[in-house]
Design a protein around this ligand. Structure first.
Ligand code: ZN
Length: 389
């Protein structure tokens, strides 16, 4: 058990100074004052929260946990992410996925990695498939994967408008969204088609087509990388004003290729009266961030880091977005859209996934499933092959 005393608490809603008691993997009490009986009570770690803030753990819905990339040949395959790369950056729940490479990376590989992170203390789920359509699955269909494999909540990232995509037709996408929706309905999961939007000239047009020509609700489709250029972003505003859900990539920053800064993207969407519950943010970490020139030649290469989420949250606060609003796309919004019950909010009975921030909004401690993973700015739980010297 962990008792955090006298901490300024955001559920994301700001509820002021509270005591928070966690038992096993749940938040047991949040109230003005929680006192423990003096004798015969199980050992409890007590944290003085008087100079700290408590916020829900970050839900990162787009993480290449097995490592992504490879667009620059075999040496450019990014390495697997390790536990503390996620926990020290406040990620307590991640949804793993493949990407461009569905050949040397497999669904078996992805699920094994998600299970290993789960056993090491994180909450994990995965998207089935990769960029390609027809996409790679474990059973004979996307629907079967979502219904039969616990960790799989939807299909993605399916690439559109990208020279690396398999150029799926609008009908292919409708078929995939239908598969995801039915799989979700029959298993009580979100059943989302998670769409990678590339730099191609069509942008998110295929999603407008799905909207017009099928009965698939908005809540079954989530485009990501919408801040990758101003054209896609403009379309994303239109799509969201219509009622659609959109995901901002926190590792995309202006680098001279017309990218929209994640904080600007968030503010712009809000200015258009789009609900923060239609907006999520994710890191795209572990994936390569290749830059191609006009002829499709690779010019630059990097790897997205899970630190981009907390950095953008800090930048949101610097830009004077209230904390309770800035937290939503990282916590309660993805929890709601992805149907991750008990996640994304600091309330009694919820999963005990809590970040403690200091006055400078640096991560002081991270609790995941009731276990202290990071304390006093240092990781204290390590993955199996991490160097913890
Ligand atoms: Zn992508």
């Amino acid at each position: 058990m962990i008792l955090i005393k006298n901490i300024d608490t955001y559920t994301p809603e700001h509820i002021g100074k509270k005591d928070i008691l966690t038992t096993f993997d749940k938040i047991a009490y949040i109230s003005e004052k929680v006192d423990l009986p003096s004798s015969n009570f199980p050992e409890t770690e007590i944290i003085d929260g008087s100079k700290l803030k408590a916020i829900p753990g970050i839900i990162d819905l787009h993480v290449h946990i097995t490592g992504g990339g490879g667009e620059g040949g075999f040496t450019s395959r990014a390495p697997e992410l390790m536990l503390t790369q996620l926990t020290t950056n406040g990620v307590t729940t991640c949804i793993g996925l493949l990407g461009t490479d569905g050949i040397t990376r497999s669904m078996g590989n992805l699920i094994a990695k998600a299970r290993s992170l789960e056993l090491e203390g994180l909450n994990t789920y995965v998207w089935t498939g990769s960029y390609k359509v027809p996409t790679r699955t474990i059973t004979d269909s996307v629907r079967g994967d979502i219904i039969l494999v616990d960790k799989i909540i939807g299909v993605g990232e399916i690439a559109i408008s990208d020279h690396r995509s398999s150029q799926p037709s609008d009908q292919d996408l409708i078929h995939l969204a239908t598969e995801a929706r039915l799989g979700g309905m029959l298993s009580g999961k979100c059943g989302i088609l998670h769409v990678h939007v590339g730099d191609g000239k069509n942008g998110i047009n295929p999603l407008f087509y799905i909207r017009k020509n099928s009965e698939i609700p908005f809540s079954n489709i989530l485009p990501t990388h919408i801040n990758r250029n101003s054209l896609v972003f403009k379309q994303a505003i239109e799509y969201a004003m219509d009622g659609g859900f959109v995901d901002i990539t926190t590792s995309i920053r202006p680098e001279g290729n017309d990218e929209v800064h994640p904080v600007d993207a968030f503010q712009e969407l809000l200015k258009h009266n789009i609900s923060p519950y239609q907006i999520t943010m994710s890191s795209d970490s572990g994936g390569s961030s290749p830059i191609f020139d006009k002829n499709g030649n690779l010019t630059k290469f990097g790897v997205g880091s899970p630190s981009s989420n907390i950095e953008i949250l800090q930048s949101c606060i610097k830009a004077e977005i209230p904390m309770e609003l800035a937290l939503i796309p990282f916590t309660s919004s993805p929890a709601k859209l992805l149907k991750l019950n008990g996640k994304g909010n600091l309330i009694e009975g919820a999963s005990s996934d809590i970040i403690l921030l200091d006055e400078n909004l640096k991560i002081h401690s991270v609790i995941c499933k009731g276990k202290l993973m990071v304390h006093n700015y240092k990781p204290i739980v390590f993955g199996a092959f991490e160097n913890n010297n």
